[in-house]
Design a protein around this ligand. Structure first.
Ligand code: NAD
Length: 257
């Protein structure tokens, strides 16, 4: 595999499992030293660190709750110290809660918005300040969703958070270009990860979802990680402020269910 990230360091938030862990492995395979993150360090983080070290790269895990700005800022401070530099930030941590709009509580709303949008906002701000102060170029990749664009009934807060992420990226592309920071979104469709465990367990619903996807299958975490790696690399040196959809065509052929 090409070594596009030789001498580069990357922080991937929410990387104990799912898309985040695939991104960590992909960037490590291509030469990056990795900082993993999650609420808690557990056997999943331990296993990933071993896998990354087996690839000949360094790996550390920093616990932080990405829904709390204080915790986010502490993480960013530690992340730049660990290897002495930080080149790539993948804002991946995210969650969704299902509820009819009429039943959404303030608590649910805050949890989704604080994790999916506020945490990303302030992690990116800290990273951009670091890049500016140290005169270093940087790359940010945000894990958005097809729901930055298309409706998802019963997931209003999630859609609001990912819609906000779309505009954050468009806005920052312009503000951060002068300091050498590129920023893009990756928008997965239906990917096989623990976030979709209910869907994967419900054959009838899964069949309906697959009918809506032109490629007629769920996506794999590695297929998302491949696009993250492209956007984080110099191959995408002229790409900023964009969203790359990794959705088997879902967002162009979507019918509400
Ligand atoms: P996942 O639930 O498997 O993984 C998400 C990870 O983020 C988990 O390890 C979780 O512990 C972590 N996380 C959540 N809140 C956190 C917090 N406050 N602080 C630190 N870590 C936190 O989900 P996934 O499918 O891998 O999703 C990753 C990202 O991709 C999310 O932003 C999600 O919205 C987005 N996404 C996923 C899909 C999909 O179909 N799987 C589709 C579109 C977008």
């Amino acid at each position: 595999m090409a070594k596009r990230f030789k001498n580069k360091t990357a922080l991937i938030t929410g990387s104990s499992q799912g898309i985040g862990s695939a991104c960590a492995l992909r960037l490590a395979e291509e030469g990056a030293d990795i900082i993993l993150n999650g609420h808690k360090f557990d056997e999943r983080g331990e296993k990933l660190i071993k896998q990354i070290k087996n690839l000949g790269r360094k790996a550390e895990f920093i616990e932080a709750d990405m829904s709390k700005v204080k915790s986010v800022l502490k993480l960013m401070k530690s992340a730049v110290k660990i290897y002495g530099t930080l080149d790539i930030l993948v804002n991946n941590a995210g969650l969704e809660t299902k509820a009819d709009f009429l039943d959404v509580t303030e608590e649910d709303y805050d949890l989704v918005m604080n994790t999916n949008l506020k945490g990303v906002f302030f992690a990116t701000q800290a990273f951009a300040k670091y890049c500016k102060d140290n005169k270093r170029n940087g790359v940010v990749v945000n894990m958005s969703s097809v729901h930055e664009e298309i409706a998802f009934p019963h997931f209003a807060a999630y859609c609001v958070s990912k819609g906000g992420l779309k505009m954050l990226t468009r806005n920052l592309a312009s503000e951060l270009a002068p300091i050498g920071v590129r920023i893009n979104n990756v928008a997965p469709g239906a990917i096989s990860t623990p976030i979709n465990k209910e869907l994967l367990a419900n054959k009838k619903q899964l069949k309906m979802v697959l009918q809506n996807i032109p490629l007629k299958r769920m996506g794999k975490v590695e297929e998302v990680a491949a696009v993250v790696a492209f956007l984080a690399s110099d191959d995408a040196a002229y790409v900023t402020g964009s969203t790359y959809f990794v959705d088997g065509g879902l967002s162009y052929d979507y019918q509400e269910q």
